[in-house]
Design a protein around this ligand. Structure first.
Ligand SMILES: [Zn+2]
Length: 127
């Protein structure tokens, strides 16, 4: 598998952490739409009536600050650093756009999906 194949796989929409969040919310009785393309950032989960969206962010791709999973790879640093910086900048713009349109958002980080009870608490209090 070369790097581009590997990247496509990692970036595919139905990633582990996202599935954890979806299954949990579904089991709690919440219903949502996925990846609505008409909203900024194509949010992972959309709660239309509540005007709320949830993003499940990979700690690496979205450069979760102060996180163990996040680091710019030593090899190919000049390839990764600008790419990851762009992702982060895009996230900032997306959040501003959503706010402007009157949507509330929650970011769930990949590392936060490891503790189901804590995750549940965050999701329920947001929704
Ligand atoms: Zn993290």
């Amino acid at each position: 598998m070369d790097r581009s194949d590997n990247m496509r796989r990692i970036r595919s929409k139905n990633t582990g952490p996202e599935l954890i969040v979806r299954r949990l919310l579904y089991s709690l009785g919440y219903r949502y739409r996925l990846h609505r393309a008409d909203l900024p950032g194509k949010p992972d989960l959309v709660f239309g009536r509540r005007r709320k969206v949830i993003f499940v962010h990979g700690c690496f791709w979205h450069q979760h600050s102060r996180c163990k999973i996040t680091h710019v790879p030593q090899s190919n640093g000049e390839y990764w650093a600008p790419k990851l910086a762009r992702n982060k900048a895009r996230d900032v713009r997306t959040k501003a756009k959503l706010r402007k349109l009157g949507w509330d958002y929650l970011i769930i980080w990949e590392c936060e999906t490891k503790d189901p009870e804590k995750l549940k608490g965050r999701l329920v209090s947001f929704l």
